[in-house]
Structure formats: C-alpha cells, structure tokens
Design a protein around this ligand. Structure first.
Ligand SMILES: [Zn+2]
Length: 193
C-alpha cells in the first residue's frame, strides 16, 4: 500500500473536489482485490444536505449494488480516519483493508476495524491534513456541527448554544475546537459557515 496507489490518488482527488464544492474535504475510493476501482466519492453532507453521505459511504454508493463477493479482498481508501458509521459499513461489507490518508485531524474506528480482522494502514499524507486544516480554518462552524457529540441537537440555535445543552452533555464536556475552551460561544466566536 502506498500513497501512489491509484485508489489513494482517486480518494485525494475526491477530497479536493469536495473542498472546491465548499463541502467537507474527505474523499474515498473502493478498489477490488484485483485492483479495479469499483467506486469513488466524497463527503456530500453540505452539498446535498445529507445525513449519511460521508466519503466512504459515497464511494460505496457510487459502486452500486454489488454481490458480496465483490468486496472480498477489497480495499477502502479514505483520506481521513473513518467515523463509526463508515467503520461499520466497511465491517458490514467485509472489505479486507482500510487505507487512511491521515488520522491527526480525527481518529475513528481503527481499533474496531482491526478487531474485526480488517487490515488498517495509515499514512501521514500532507495534502489530506492540509485540506482538513484549511477547511476547519475557513469553515469552523461546519466542522463544529459535524463533530458535535451525539447528545446535542443537530439544529443549533442561530446565535447561542444554550447553557442547558452544555450542561446536559457534560460527558465529555463540549470543547470548542477553535479555542479549546469549555463553555458557551457565540457563533461569531467560532466563525460563520
Ligand atoms: Zn464516516
């Protein structure tokens, strides 16, 4: 596995595409055991107002409905460590390997993948990290919404995150990704999307 694999190059291209569309710049590509690209895609949550279209899910979706045998020995390339949902999808379809561009921005279900017998390879790809860094700097509020703990409501009030939300979700305490403070932040403190 290397950063010059066609599947990885495709995943990074997808992440770039996502960035250019104003979305979360995470791309993925599913490659069969014999090296054929089955499908590729990028996170479309912002673009489509989607609940589920993360990069890996987009790649699976764009691969179409395949027989279970198509996933045997397959590799899922993704530019960022996969979240619980995408980890679950990789486990469910029984891909053989998940190759990750970077896990500095976010660490997902890597340990669970390994427990389920899936090989995990992590690069420290500078472009993947750079895209996420630029995205979070430019649109902190969009990323903030992506990473809210599940106990928080999905629809944030327009101006203020109310105190009760913070109190009810105190484990772990809500930490502002921008300033590392716990507490209430006006939206202007964390930027506009
Ligand atoms: Zn995901």
């Amino acid at each position: 596995m290397s950063e010059t694999d066609p599947g990885f190059i495709a995943a990074v291209e997808e992440a770039r595409q996502g960035f250019s569309e104003g979305g979360v710049p995470i791309g993925a590509c599913l490659v069969s055991k014999d090296g054929k690209i089955l499908g590729r895609g990028h996170n479309m949550r912002v673009q489509k107002g989607s609940a589920t279209l993360h990069g890996e899910i987009s790649a699976l979706e764009n691969s179409g409905r395949l027989p279970a045998s198509a996933y045997a020995g397959a590799t899922m390339y993704t530019t960022l460590s996969p979240c619980d949902m995408c980890t679950g999808a990789c486990v469910m379809y029984k891909v053989a390997r998940v190759v990750i561009g970077e896990n500095k921005t976010f660490v997902g279900g890597e340990e669970y993948l390994k427990k389920r017998g899936i090989e995990v390879v992590v690069f420290e790809n500078q472009e993947c990290m750079g895209l996420m860094k630029k995205f979070i700097e430019e649109k902190p509020r969009v990323w903030y919404v992506e990473t809210l703990p599940p106990t928080l409501p999905l629809s944030l009030p327009p101006v203020l995150i109310p105190a009760y939300v913070l109190l009810e979700s105190s484990s772990p305490p809500l930490t502002c990704l921008q300033c590392s403070n716990n507490g209430i932040h006006r939206n202007e403190d964390i930027g506009e999307d």
